[in-house]
Design a binder for this molecule. Structure first.
Ligand code: NOJ
Length: 529
């Protein structure tokens, strides 16, 4: 049986700006999270991954860090954070920090020093390059628009930024950078943090010669960054050496969890790349496979993605699964087209997989994407690419706690508009409703906790009628069958043995003489008798 907390646990991602505002400034904060811990405990989660709360000028809402060892005043203080760790611990909830290793803020003291002169001892902490025949050093593009090189008039060189120009890339070929960042990890580990999510970790080391990236043959995406193959600005072999060293450090602190964001182009479904960063069980503990995030609501497509993911991982490490995060349209909108029955089916899919599931705040109450008018857009990506891409604010709207003004998130107008459906879609209402999606999430998490077969058992996909996904989970003599009907029509499955229905999203028990009838979009979990 798995004793390691993050292997049998469920992790919940909080986007702190949008979770709960305790001091009425319209922005969520640490004390707001502390006030919500009982709710999270009742939900049954084991860990909270916090998107960055370090000091930051907020050009990319915290993914531009100006002090890795302090909390931004908008979120609270280091004392609030210590209290959060303690209060979470009391409820058996681990705190996982978001670690932004690839770049800092342009206002980080390291960068201010680095850009001050060519002979500053920190010059080489970032990636500087002279111009090439009066032009940029190479063709690399920034993910958030424009060239990846910014001219510095003071020292007459370019610096590299793979995201906004306020996010200069660190030079991980310099051992002092690694040492400084490993010290940051120790700082938080000593404070009781139990895990880290590593931002764009596959971008860490850049090709030594800064060669031009080749272009794709078929240019479909108007974002120029996505028109290149990222041969030289990602996935360099040296990144694996750093991850191995980091793994040794993390493991020396006990059962710490590390999960990497493996940054691929929008829409790319390739599980082999995230699997690579698990090494042979000696790099990251977990890595995100965004193939599920880019999938559509189709049983075959999802089944193939899962099969490929499990096989890519093999014995390299432990699987994890995610359908939504702060960068993409929420799964309920993107995949389920805001249909609550489809969203419930996706909840069963997510929480009956082998490995560790990640839930994004609000997913458990069926929060859908916001349709944010242009004048309220905050995200630099939305500002840059409107209307082709309206940015990421849609998935960052305030948590809907109750039916009062501003959804109980804040007493004042929040930094992003609350979704207008909050009067119906909120925690308060759903806690009273035994058919709500929140009740389903609670039941699924509890079932998973009580039954190791669900988190640790083997998984095998069975042949099934069109638009139905069916898999067996087995551990010792325990055997569960999960059946998901992705169509709106009734479907039937003939089972070989005798099973009892443990959970149905439609509260039905249509098992007769070994035949299970699924209603449209119904999801069922059965146990072998
Ligand atoms: C990936 C993060 O998830 C995203 O929100 C951020 O903007 C970029 N990395 C840059 O740090």
């Amino acid at each position: 049986m798995e004793k390691v907390w993050w292997k049998h646990g469920v992790i919940y991602q909080i986007y702190p700006r949008s979770f709960k505002d305790s001091n009425s400034d319209g922005i969520g904060d640490i004390n707001g999270i502390i006030q919500s811990l009982d709710y999270l405990q009742d939900l049954g989660i084991d860990g909270i991954w916090l998107s960055p709360i370090y000091r930051s000028p907020m050009y990319d809402f915290g993914y531009d860090v100006s002090d890795y060892c302090d909390i931004d005043p908008v979120f609270g203080t280091i004392h609030d954070f210590k209290r959060l760790v303690k209060e979470a611990e009391k409820r058996n909830i681990a705190i996982i920090m978001d670690m932004v290793f690839n770049h800092t803020s342009h206002l980080h003291p390291w960068f201010l020093e680095s850009r001050s002169s060519k002979d500053n001892p920190r010059r080489d902490w970032y990636i500087w390059h002279p111009s090439k025949n009066g032009k940029v050093p190479n063709n690399w593009m920034a993910a958030f628009g424009g060239r990846a090189w910014e001219w510095d008039d003071n020292t007459k060189e370019y610096y590299l930024h793979l995201f906004t120009k306020q996010q200069p890339d660190l030079n991980w070929r310099n051992p002092n950078v690694k040492k400084a960042m490993f010290d940051v990890l120790k700082f938080w580990l000593d404070m009781g943090v139990r895990g880290f999510r590593f931002d764009v970790i596959n971008l860490l080391v850049k090709g030594r010669q800064f060669r031009n990236n080749p272009y794709k043959l078929r240019l479909t995406n108007p974002r120029r960054h996505d028109q290149q193959l990222h041969t030289f600005d990602r996935n360099q072999p040296e990144t694996h050496d750093i991850l191995k060293e980091m793994r040794v450090l993390l493991d020396s602190y006990g059962d710490i969890m590390s999960i990497g964001e493996i940054y691929l182009d929008e829409g790319v479904k390739d599980p082999s790349i995230p699997a690579l960063f698990l090494g042979n069980n000696d790099e990251l503990h977990l890595s995100f496979n965004f193939s599920t995030i880019f999938a559509s609501f189709k049983s075959n497509e999802l089944k193939n993605i899962l099969i490929e993911w499990y096989s890519a991982i093999g014995n390299r490490g432990w699987p994890c699964h995610v359908l939504s995060n702060h960068d993409q349209s929420r799964a309920i909108t993107r995949m389920a087209k805001n249909n609550i029955d489809k969203a419930k089916l996706l909840a069963v899919l997510l929480l009956t997989q082998r490995g560790t599931p990640f839930i994004y705040y609000g997913e458990e109450i069926g929060m859908v994407d916001g349709d944010i008018p242009r004048k309220y857009i905050q995200d630099p990506v939305g500002k840059k690419y409107w209307p082709f891409h309206k940015g990421r604010d849609r998935a960052r709207t305030p948590m809907q706690w109750d039916a009062t003004q501003f959804a109980g998130f804040s007493k004042v107008r929040p930094w992003l508009p609350v979704h207008p459906d909050y009067r119906a879609v909120n925690v308060g209402t759903q806690e009273q409703d035994e058919n709500s999606i929140l009740t389903l999430y609670r039941q699924l998490i509890a079932l998973r906790k009580q039954n190791p077969v669900l988190y640790a058992g083997d998984i095998e996909f069975l042949p099934a009628p069109d638009d139905v996904m069916c898999y067996v989970r087995s551990l010792g003599n325990m055997q569960y069958i999960v059946a998901l009907n992705f169509s709106s029509r009734d479907k039937q499955i003939t089972l070989q043995n005798k099973y009892t229905v443990l959970l149905s999203t439609h509260k039905k028990n249509n098992m007769r003489n070994g035949i299970l009838t699924l209603a449209g979009y119904e999801a069922v979990i059965c146990a072998l008798q």
